[in-house]
Write a protein that binds this ligand. Structure first.
Ligand code: FES
Length: 228
């Protein structure tokens, strides 16, 4: 039997059998009480980009820990419980980032049996994922369709096979909701008569500035994320 001093209070005892050394236990020096070695670490590739309203998989390795809790950081140091009773042995958890998540930096921590690991400053963005299969007008270049972004109407225009632009649906004069007149291929505001072309530029006032645009990611698998 070998004994290695780790620090003032702990020793690890190793039993040697043939060429295999097995960790049997760790004991406090004072009490000799059995303390199983606990271990918790995250696995996977970080940092990670995440989007509101979408889920991603948190993975870890846990040893001698039965249950984990997941906390989400709000504010400077305000950790709020997001989920408890996560079975540690499963090693993964599909985390659904709440929609309308307002922070661009996200921090999570897993806690269990006195161990914790933090995942800080994930790159989190508010996004609406649009499946273009649901909008036949967007199958053709130049096609325009009304969509919902953050529960407000916006207009998506197909610009190339891989790209779209997205116009905010509020008139830049005084914020009235505009509509798209397909037969005239332009946008119209019912409040004071402003009109905009399909590039969002002003055709007729009183509006004096072009429609505002959302940032759009590239189309992937006929889905596109609009950031807001
Ligand atoms: Fe649209 Fe005035 S709000 S023209």
């Amino acid at each position: 039997m070998l004994s290695y001093k780790l620090n003032r209070r702990q020793y690890i005892k190793l039993g040697v059998s043939g060429i295999t050394a097995t960790i049997l236990s760790a004991c406090t020096k004072d009490t000799g009480a059995l303390l199983l070695q606990k271990h918790l670490s995250l696995t996977g590739n970080y940092p990670m980009k995440v989007y509101s309203g979408e889920s991603y998989r948190l993975t870890w390795e846990a040893k001698n820990i039965l249950w984990l809790s997941l906390y989400l950081k709000h504010g400077i140091n305000d950790w709020q419980l997001f989920s408890s009773d996560i079975e540690a042995a499963i090693g993964s958890y599909d985390f659904l980032l709440p929609s309308k998540f307002t922070s661009t930096s996200l921090s999570l921590k897993l806690v269990g049996d006195g161990k914790e690991v933090k995942l800080t400053n994930l790159f989190a963005q508010n996004a609406e994922k649009i499946n273009l299969n649901n909008y036949p007008d967007l199958n053709t270049i130049g096609g325009i369709a009304a969509i919902q972004i953050n529960q407000e109407t916006a207009f998506l225009k197909r610009t190339t096979i891989n790209t779209v632009v997205c116009f905010n649906g509020a008139c830049t004069h005084a914020g009235c909701p505009i509509s798209y007149l397909k037969s005239q291929n332009k946008f119209n505001c019912p409040c004071h008569g402003s009109q905009f072309d399909i590039n969002g530029d002003v055709l007729q006032g009183p509006a004096s500035s072009a429609l505002t645009q959302y940032t759009c990611e590239e189309i992937m698998d006929n889905n596109v994320r609009i950031l807001f």
